[in-house]
Design a protein around this ligand. Structure first.
Ligand SMILES: Nc1ncnc2c1ncn2[C@@H]1O[C@H](COP(=O)(O)OP(=O)(O)OP(=O)(O)O)[C@@H](O)[C@H]1O
Ligand SMILES: [Mg+2]
Length: 582
């Protein structure tokens, strides 16, 4: 007898579930996609314990008759695909007939569905086996309930993260689909608390406001372009509002949320050098293209696509985004750039962050700069060349308004002013938080910040940590919070931006499942980075000296908290060898 056997369906479904159902948010994604494919005009998602205990998705779509409902639970049963030709031009979000049987194989599952008001079928499935089929009452539409995900696959259940992390993924998933389908009503509730409440919207900008708040919506620049069979539209964040977070960019191809390198590159190319490295502008990008020109069948969770001529798509996207940026709206207005106005911007905060150095910044530093070669001898006259015994290093000049050229006993130093300041702020702030002695700066005018649903979820679960970090926060109805105070050292960074960056960092850290210490370290790092003086900022000599003094008092003056080097050193020995004096 041969050793090879065909696996039974239950086993096959469970194996497929491993790919399709990565985590509760993946279940939400599949169910919401089914509701959208069914033409629903309202989709309600309710979850408990971050989706780990229960996920319910209810829609008012076309529903199913009893026989179809039973078939829907069979593997490879789909109403969306009939022939090989259909596969080449998929216009629906689902197409494989895999989602429901896979989900049902690893949960306690109910499908309640009616194609006509009042005549509903309820099918109860446990670990992939139908337990009962009954007639129930329900208006037209479908409710799918998924309880105890992975209850029968302990090895997988173990990998579920804490409820807040899983919930954050669910919030993001629902927010994404809500953004892509403004004419559909979306509701998301977690244990009775409404996290997303988006009634049918007139257009996408109204939907953005429902999901992300009016503040963000007002800052985005809309764009739309059409040509060579590709329609590109969306909303672009201004470079000046860019954040050090990738998760502010959402890309949809034919209404499907995807991650795509070609499109990511096109966006980056459109912004070009208006952005500092590591900063990402907010972006909502919708690409609509003939379904036959894009292959959606390339990834188990259907989150990647392949274009037949990706360079066409790339160029269309780059041109459309670039046109949005060239409009006046994307260019920061003058009042945005001036410190002390009501909407502080990164530039304003840089200027303000420098108040410590400002008093002396007036003195022209360039007198010491190497490009003024002749000025160099004056250093000697001032006696600056001799290193003060009480000091580790003294500044000689600032190069390109970004690097401090200094000397110490061993030789020459070139210090990156931004990372040096970041190191100083990082160590001080970390000590303050560890001792519970953070200096808090009360805001003169408390700031109300409308958080996105996923930010609100992160904050709710890390409120204690944000308190320890020196944020004075109070709930302010819905997903809004009132910010009364910030850590004093970062008081000149725009407070909403500071909070948002840290919330993004917290979300990323939590999904990496690190401990509380690591979370704090990363939040402190991010805050220090934002508050630190930037490059391209002239410093006076006294400012440079203070920064060097502070730097050499830190525990690790040579590398920044992100691991980048701070100091480049040329020893006297190396200099002498270079000039063949040795
Ligand atoms: N909410 C719903 N309303 C109406 N019909 C539904 C709903 N959910 C599922 N169905 C029906 O059940 C079938 C199976 O759903 P399932 O999600 O398993 O597969 P699919 O959507 O066809 O493909 P994929 O596996 O790519 O999601 C669908 O093709 C559809 O006909
Ligand atoms: Mg489906």
């Amino acid at each position: 007898m041969g050793r090879i056997r065909v696996l039974d369906d239950h086993l096959v479904n469970r194996i497929a579930a491993g790919e399709v159902v990565e985590r509760p948010a993946a279940v939400v994604k599949e169910l919401v996609e089914n509701s959208l494919d069914a033409g629903a005009s309202s989709i309600e998602v309710r979850v408990e314990d971050g989706g780990r205990r229960r996920i319910v998705v209810a829609d008012d779509g076309e529903g199913m008759e009893r026989d179809d409902a039973l078939l829907a639970l069979e593997r490879h049963a789909t109403s969306k695909l009939r022939s090989f030709e259909d596969l080449a031009a998929i216009a629906t979000l689902g197409f494989r007939g895999e989602a429901l049987p896979s989900i049902a194989a690893v949960s306690r599952f109910f499908l309640r569905t009616a194609a006509r008001d009042g005549f509903a079928t309820e099918i109860e499935v446990r670990a992939g086996r139908i337990v009962e089929v009954r007639e129930v009452e329900r208006g037209r539409g479908t409710t799918t309930e998924v309880g105890g995900i992975f209850f029968n696959v302990p090895a997988r259940r173990k990998f579920l993260r804490a409820a807040p992390t899983e919930l954050a993924h669910i919030v993001r998933t629902v927010a994404h689909y809500a953004l892509a389908h403004p004419s559909v009503r979306f509701v998301l509730e977690h244990e009775g608390r409404r996290l997303i409440d988006a009634p049918k919207a007139a257009d996408r900008s109204e939907r953005i406001a429902q999901v992300h708040g009016r503040e963000l919506a007002a800052k985005l620049v809309p764009f739309a372009a059409e040509g060579s069979g590709i329609r590109v539209s969306g909303f672009a964040g201004r470079p000046v509002d860019a954040l050090a977070r990738r998760d502010v960019q959402h890309v949809f191809v034919n209404g499907r949320l995807v991650q795509d390198r070609v499109l990511g590159h096109a966006i980056a190319a459109a912004y070009g050098n208006t952005l500092a490295r590591g900063l990402y502008p907010a972006m909502l990008l919708f690409v609509d293209i003939d379904p036959s020109r894009v292959d959606v069948n390339v990834h188990p969770q259907k989150t990647e696509v392949r274009f037949d001529r990706s360079s066409d798509v790339h160029d269309a996207v780059r041109a459309a985004v670039a046109s949005a940026l060239s409009h006046g709206a994307a260019v920061p207005r003058l009042q945005d750039l001036r410190p002390g106005t009501s909407t502080p911007t990164p530039l304003a905060s840089v200027a303000a962050a420098l108040t410590r150095y400002e008093a002396v910044a007036e003195t022209p530093v360039r007198a010491y700069a190497p490009q003024d070669g002749v000025a160099a001898p004056s250093l000697l006259e001032e006696g600056a060349a001799a290193v003060d015994p009480g000091r580790r290093a003294v500044p000689l000049a600032q190069y390109k308004d970004s690097y401090i050229v200094a000397q110490d006993r061993e030789g020459l130093l070139i210090v990156d002013q931004h990372v040096a300041h970041e190191r100083v702020l990082f160590e001080r702030y970390l000590k303050e938080t560890e001792r519970g002695e953070v200096h808090v700066q009360r805001l003169l005018f408390p700031k109300t910040i409308e958080l996105s649903a996923d930010e609100a979820v992160v904050l709710a679960s890390e409120a204690g940590e944000f308190g320890r970090l020196g944020f004075l926060l109070e709930p302010f109805g819905g997903n809004a919070v009132k910010l009364d105070g910030v850590p004093a050292f970062a008081k000149d960074v725009a407070p909403d931006r500071l909070l948002r960056e840290l919330l993004g960092e917290a979300a990323r850290t939590r999904s990496a499942a690190t401990g509380a210490d690591e979370l704090r370290r990363r939040l402190v790092t991010s805050a220090a980075c934002q508050a630190a003086i930037k490059v391209n900022y002239p410093l006076a000599r006294e400012g440079m000296q203070r920064l060097l003094d502070d730097l050499f008092q830190t525990e690790n003056p040579t590398t920044c908290p992100h691991g980048r080097p701070i100091i480049f050193r040329l020893t006297l020995d190396e200099i002498e060898r270079a000039f063949r004096r040795r």
